[in-house]
Design a protein around this ligand. Structure first.
Ligand code: NAP
Ligand code: F7E
Length: 361
């Protein structure tokens, strides 16, 4: 049985990836942080009691800031594949805590690469690189586009990108960068634009909220559906030789267009509810991210199916269901039509949506 180690398993992508790996027959080990409240909501539905002799999911406490513990973990688990998804992933927050962002999002990758190297194992390594690294480089961006990062987050990711390449070149490690453009889902954190909007749409419908405060709505983002992206991460580690890939849809709506789409789907006029609050503006913004993912189409046989308009429907329906309202219904139809049953959002996610706090912005 192949073994995978996943950092960031409690996050959006980590939870979808853990599901995929379990489905593909892996034994899955996840790194989780010790918090004073439960932080495993996104993976509670796949939790397995470690006393069960058939258990294939194991969680280990740790932190990306602690290199010695990462080395022990890698040495003891001896994974065949390491998916490094853990990071401070919020661009706006990275301006507030730039040093921490460098220490975790940047150096965390080095600690993990070094842990693999020192353990003497030949694990394949996936680095969660980001389209944010392209920053102000003109769209469309692909594997050859030079990076022009515009935030502490993006700069930390550029460092981690090059460390991954360096371990590949210096030590012959099978280490790859997936340079992923925005991918969203009902499991997206509540403070990212897409989820903040779809959650607000549901709460306005449910008369739990009357206003939504947003920042710059003119930026363009290439929005895809997260479960499709974790499938490509796995495919990257199954290749014969390591290579870096850009993943995205090639379509980048403005954040205003996405917002309008989500409100209109629920029969609401967004202009009545949305107000601009400059506190959500970033000191430096990234204006236009749009992927040229031709290499992934060709070498990974990967083409995303969900459009940003469909994504808005899937997410609004999930958020309506999350607060106990009847979904409008197109979201479920889209998922069934495109994927069959597997990609229906799980009961565990609905539980997360129900318990989400009221004061989140
Ligand atoms: P996410 O939902 O924010 O998840 C981040 C994960 O990292 C969580 O499990 C979090 O744990 C963990 N983490 C944060 N700090 C940590 C630390 N010091 N030690 C150990 N774990 C820590 O992010 P995501 O959207 O799933 O994204 C996954 C990865 O892909 C991230 O590296 C992100 O930067 C990158 N990425 C994301 C996108 C996107 O559009 N989603 C695009 C490109 C790249 P807690 O649950 O305890 O907070
Ligand atoms: O912002 C604008 C904001 O925070 C999207 C992360 O997964 O994708 C994500 O980073 C856009 C920006 O995502 C609000 O200024 C307006 O232009 O949802 P976001 P992001 O910055 O694109 C990349 C690829 C990653 O790698 C990251 O980890 O929306 N915006 N008003 C707002 N953004 C937020 N969060 N909140 C607002 O109120």
């Amino acid at each position: 049985m192949r073994k995978a180690l996943v950092t960031g398993i409690t996050g959006q992508d980590g939870s979808f990836l853990a599901e995929l790996l379990l489905k593909n027959g892996y034994e899955v080990h996840g790194l989780i942080r010790k918090a004073s409240t439960f932080n495993t909501d996104r993976i509670d539905h796949i939790y397995q009691d470690p006393h069960d002799p058939n258990a294939r999911l194991f969680l280990h406490y740790g932190d990306l800031s602690n290199g010695e513990q990462l080395t022990n973990l890698v040495y003891n688990v001896r994974p065949d594949e390491v998916y490094h998804l853990g990071a401070l992933s919020h661009v706006k927050v990275s301006f507030d805590i730039p040093e921490y962002t460098g220490a975790v999002t940047g150096l965390g990758t080095t600690r993990l690469l070094e842990a693999i190297q020192r353990s003497g194992i030949s694990a394949r390594f996936y680095q969660a690189s980001s389209s944010e690294m392209f920053g102000s480089a003109p769209a469309p961006q692909n594997e050859e586009t030079p990076f022009q990062p515009r935030s502490p987050y993006a700069i930390a990711k550029v460092y981690a990108y090059w460390m991954t390449r360096n371990y590949r070149e210096a030590y012959g490690m099978f280490a790859v960068n997936g340079v992923l453009f925005n991918h969203e889902s009902p499991r997206r954190g509540e403070t990212f634009l897409s989820r903040k909007v779809t959650r607000a749409v549901a709460r306005i419908k449910g008369e739990l909220q009357s206003k939504l405060y947003l920042g710059n709505l003119e930026a363009r983002r290439d929005y895809g559906y997260a479960p499709e992206y974790v499938e490509a991460m796995w495919r990257m580690l199954q290749l014969e030789a390591p290579a870096d890939f850009v993943l995205g849809t090639g379509v980048s709506p403005t954040m205003r267009e996405f917002t309008q789409e989500a409100f209109e789907y629920a029969g609401l006029d967004w202009k009545k509810y949305v107000e601009i609050d400059p506190r959500y503006f970033r000191p430096t913004e990234v204006d236009d991210l749009r992927a040229d993912a031709a290499k992934a189409h060709r070498m990974l046989d990967w083409s995303p199916k969900v459009t940003y308009k469909e994504l808005a429907r899937i997410m609004v329906d999930a958020d309506l269901e999350g607060i106990g309202l009847e979904p409008i219904g197109e979201g479920d139809e889209i998922l069934k039509r495109k994927f069959g049953d597997w990609h229906r959002w799980e009961s565990g996610v609905t539980a997360v949506l129900k318990s989400a706090g009221n004061g989140v912005d």
